[in-house]
Ligand binder design. Sequence first.
Ligand code: PNW
Length: 478
Amino acid sequence: SHTVQAPTGSSFPPGFAWGAATAAYQIEGAVAEGGRTPSIWDTFSHTPGKVLDGDTGDTAVDHYHRFREDVRLMAELGLTSYRFSLSWPRIQPTGRGPAVERGLDFYRALVDELLDHGITPVATLYHWDLPQHLEDLGGWPARDTAARFADYAALAAEALGDRVGIWTTLNEPWCSAFLGYGSGVHAPGRTDPADALRAAHHLNLGHGLAVGALRSALPSSARTAISLNLHQIRPLTTDPADREAARRIDAVGNRVFTGPILGGAYPEDLLADTAHLVDWDSLVQPGDPAEISRPIDLLGINYYTPTVVSSAENAKDLPRHDGHGASEASPWPGAEDVAFHLAPGERTAMGWPIDPSGLTDLLLDVHRAHPGLPMLVTENGAAFEDAVGPDGAVDDPERISYLHGHLAAVARAVEAGADVRGYYLWSLMDNFEWAYGYGKRFGAVHIDYRTLARTPKASARWYAEVIRRGGLPQSPEL
Ligand code: PNW
C-alpha cells in the first residue's frame, strides 16, 4: 500500500485553513441565466470532438441553484475555508462595461451563506471562462485582454470586497496559455506556440494589473494571490541531457510565471529557448515587468503529480508519455527535444502517478527560492473509479490514502520550515473535468448525474475527522 505515515500529525500551524475548491464552469450550470453569456468553455464544450462524450457545463452540478445545500455540506465537513471562482461572463457579459447586478447577486448570496456558516471565502477571478466576446477580439494573445481583466477585477472587488478578504487573480495560467493556445486540448482550442507565449505574457500582465486594481478597491486587510500549477520536475537520470530537458521545462512551465511575478523579469534562458517563436522585445513593453511584479501576499500552489523528463534521445527505447494529452500539438514551446515519462508506482484514474514527496519538494523549493512568501496549497486531490453502492454511498479508500499521503507531505514541508497557511482539496464534489467531462470524479462528495443528489464519500467523512482533530491520524483508517 502507499500509506504514508505522518510524522506527528500535528504539524499544521494554528489558523491553518482546511478547505476545498471548485471552479465556476465546473459546477454552476445555469449558463444562460441572470444575463450570463457564453465563455470560451461553452463554445469549446459545444464543439463536437473537444470534450469526451460531448459533455458540457450547461447544467454541471447545478450549484447555481443548489448553493445553499452545498454550503450546508461544507459546514458538515467542518471546512474552515472554501475556494471558488467567479464567472467573468456572469459579471461582465461582453468582457467590458458595467457589472451585471444579477451576476454579482449570486456571488453575494453565496458568500453570505459561507460567512453565516463561519467559512472563509477565497475568490478566484479567473478559472478559465473567458467571455467568448473577448476571445473573438483576440483572446489572451491580444494585449487588450489584460486591461479588460483588470477592469473586471475592479468591479468584482468593489462589489464583494466588503465580504471577501482573500482574492486570487488567475488559476493556473500555464493551462490557460499552453493548453488553451498551444496544444489546444483546453478552450479556446488554438494550436500556435507563438500565441501560447503571447497569452502567457498577457496573463502575467493581467495578473499584475488586477493586483493593482484589487489593492485600490479592497481594504488594506485584504490579501491577494495567484494559483500556479508549478511543475515539480524530475530529470529521468543525472545525464546532462536530461538535466537540460528539466531546465527547459522548468523555464516554460514554471519560471515563465514565477520569474516576472515574483522576480520582476523573464528568465534569460526562457527568452533564448523561445526567441525563434516570438519577438519578446516587442511583446514585453517598458513598464510591464513592474506591473507584473506588484507584491502579492500569498502564493497558491496546485499539485497533483510530478513531471519526469528526459532528452528525446535518451528516451528513444523507453515507453513514454507524450505530455500532449489528446493533441498532436505540444504545450511546451521551445522544448521539442524533451520527452515525458510517468513516475513509477500507482496512478489515479487520470493516469497521473501518485507521489506525495513531489508536494513536499515543491513547497520546500518555493520556500527556498522565495523566502517569506506564505503559501497555500490551493488544489490537491485525485480522480478514481468510484464504486457506487446503494443510496449513492461511495467507499473510496484510494482517495483517503491519496489525501493522507499528501497532507502528510504538507506537514513534512511545514516541519522543514515552509510557511504553508492552508490546504484546499480538489474538489468539494464531482464536477465537469474539462476535456474529460463528467467521466472523471475528483469529488469528496459524490454526484449522481441523473438526480444531482449529493452524497459525501468515505473520503469526505475522513477529511471531516482530520479537520475536527486539526491534524492527521497515524494511518488512513480512523
Ligand atoms: C486543474 N495538466 O487542472 C484545475 O485547476 C482544475 O480545474 C481541474 O479540475 C484539476 O486541476 C484536475 O484536473 C489541470 O494537463 C488540468 O497538466 C490539466 C493539467 C493540470 C491541471
